[in-house]
Design a binder for this molecule. Structure first.
Ligand code: ATP
Length: 242
């Protein structure tokens, strides 16, 4: 059997001025898991995922995918789909055309069920044939998620995918991600909302101030994470919500 879809160890990123945004971060995502990267704004989730995706060079640490080191030219890259930074869609082209161009750029066959299945996730109805410049933030967000899923990659990485989605769309995305992992694939998804992670994920990695402060199956971590999140984030808002 091959190694885990994602295995991170000792990841470090120090920004100019010496600020340690990611400090010795490690975790593993296994087949069939939806792993939630949970943490307050600034905890280092995006920086971690950018290093995993090769958008940012780590100062130290290793990223392995499917048992082999991940880097430029790794064959494993073809099995990974990412939505970390908003893709720059061509505004005058339709959502469908944008995704077709992206698909063609990856050198895959013109007609493929894996294209249509991923496209359906965007759930844009007739708007899929209209120019992206008329899309709302939520519509662009769904198109970006669908783009990351084109080809149905074995490992799907999404940074805060629920931004700009309304509650029914968040519920729909939750079902999509859970079914995706249940089919034997793997999802890594970041969020700053504990409730969202509890409802969506099978496993949780809690980050705070650049470090992993807790990790494990969602049942084991939920109570602990509540305390951790409440101590490290915006406590007045949390209290007001009670
Ligand atoms: P958010 O939900 O706000 O994206 P996050 O957990 O993803 O939060 P990061 O975006 O990884 O956090 O940011 C971690 C810290 O690193 C923040 O304090 C941020 O200001 C800082 N940071 C991120 N990118 C850079 C950069 N390019 N240069 C300097 N500092 C950065």
């Amino acid at each position: 059997a091959e190694g885990p879809p994602l295995e991170i160890a000792g990841l470090v990123k120090r920004f100019r001025g010496g600020f340690l945004a990611v400090d010795d971060v490690g975790f593993t995502a296994q087949r069939g898991q939806v792993v939630g990267l949970l943490g307050e704004n600034g905890a280092g989730k995006t920086t971690t995922l950018r290093m995993v995706a090769g958008l940012l060079r780590p100062d130290a640490g290793t990223v392995r995918a499917f048992g082999a080191p991940l880097g430029p030219g790794s064959p494993a890259l073809e099995r990974i789909g990412c939505f970390i930074e908003g893709p720059g869609f061509l505004p005058h082209l339709s959502g469908r055309r944008n995704l077709e161009l992206y698909w063609a750029a990856t050198g895959r066959p013109r007609r493929d069920a894996r294209f249509d299945e991923a496209l359906a996730v965007a759930d844009l109805g007739g708007a899929i044939r209209k120019p992206v410049r008329g899309y709302s933030q939520g519509m662009r967000q769904r198109l970006a998620i669908a783009q990351a899923m084109l080809g149905l990659p074995d490992l799907l990485i999404l940074d805060e995918p629920t931004n700009g989605l309304d509650p029914p769309q968040i519920t729909a995305l939750r079902g999509v991600l859970q079914r995706y992992a249940a089919a034997g694939r793997t999802v890594v998804v970041s969020s700053h909302l504990l409730g969202e992670v509890e409802r969506t994920c099978s496993h949780v990695v809690v980050m705070s101030h650049g470090r992993v402060v807790a990790a494990g199956p969602v049942e084991a971590i939920a109570g602990e994470a509540t305390e951790l999140v409440l101590t490290v984030t915006d406590v007045p808002a949390a209290v007001a919500a009670v």
